[in-house]
Design a protein around this ligand. Sequence first.
Ligand code: NAP
Length: 275
Amino acid sequence: MPPAPSSAHEETTAPPRLRVLVLGGTTEASALCRMLGTTWPTCHAVLSLAGVTTQPHLPDMTTRIGGFGGVEGLVDWLHHNAINAVVDATHPFAAQMSHNAALACAVAKLPLLRLERPGWSATPQDQWLMVPSIVDAAHTLAHTSEWSRPHSVFLTTGRKETRPFLAAPQHQYLFRSIETPDTADLPPRTRVLRARGPFDLSAELQLMQAQKITVLVTKNSGGSATYPKLEAARMLGIPVIMIARPPPQNTPRAKDATVALTWLHQCASSTLRAV
Ligand SMILES: NC(=O)c1ccc[n+]([C@@H]2O[C@H](COP(=O)([O-])OP(=O)(O)OC[C@H]3O[C@@H](n4cnc5c(N)ncnc54)[C@H](OP(=O)(O)O)[C@@H]3O)[C@@H](O)[C@H]2O)c1
């Protein structure tokens, strides 16, 4: 007996199945996971977090936490979980994980997409000094004649990245991060401010004025959640030492979760064709 027309219709229009690993720790990763959960019921996505934040905001989906154990560990994990595609949506400065993902996907012959928000660009009113790394930012504050007199530095680089600034102890620092840093890694005159974005412009203006900030040091993370500090610096005429992103991997790229979702649909179609 031929199949009923309704079931034939369901077979041709049912959303394709796919098993995806999303490497997260960013708002883009969470946005993609939310989209997958609401629009694609037959897509099984696993969100992976490094486990560096003690109280992460976890979406309602399958989540794994902690490192894989390098490239080899990731290849094994991909194999054991029958993953068809990987989206590397780690932070723009999480270079090690991106490197490992590129190598592991090459070994496992899996499609890999880099989901990365665009970086910030200076406006004509901004006073940005671009530097290639955190070490260079600290070196600038430690050894450049322009910075020889003590400054009030607003440091927003991440709690594991304060150590290089021990080389510039003549300044006082306001260090802001989600987690408390190790005090041994902080320059002597540092005030720690624990806070999680998003931040708004009026609060950033108030903070930078109250703390008499004379220079802002930040990574070019991009996104809107922490952009108001740059607007405040512009309005107050405060120079910014801007740390450039690490060099990108040679991987297809998406600038937001919607583009990544389209790419995953294309992966699902080609996976089906290959079966
Ligand atoms: N770097 C930043 O400025 C920044 C800012 C905000 C959020 N984050 C997020 O915080 C996490 C750690 O950043 P990082 O700069 O320390 O990374 P990283 O230096 O690139 O990675 C160091 C190691 O952490 C593990 N790892 C990193 N991301 C992981 C993930 N999503 N799932 C499982 N393991 C992961 C891997 O361990 P194994 O080798 O054992 O697999 C990796 O080799 C990332 O998920 C990133 O998205 C980073």
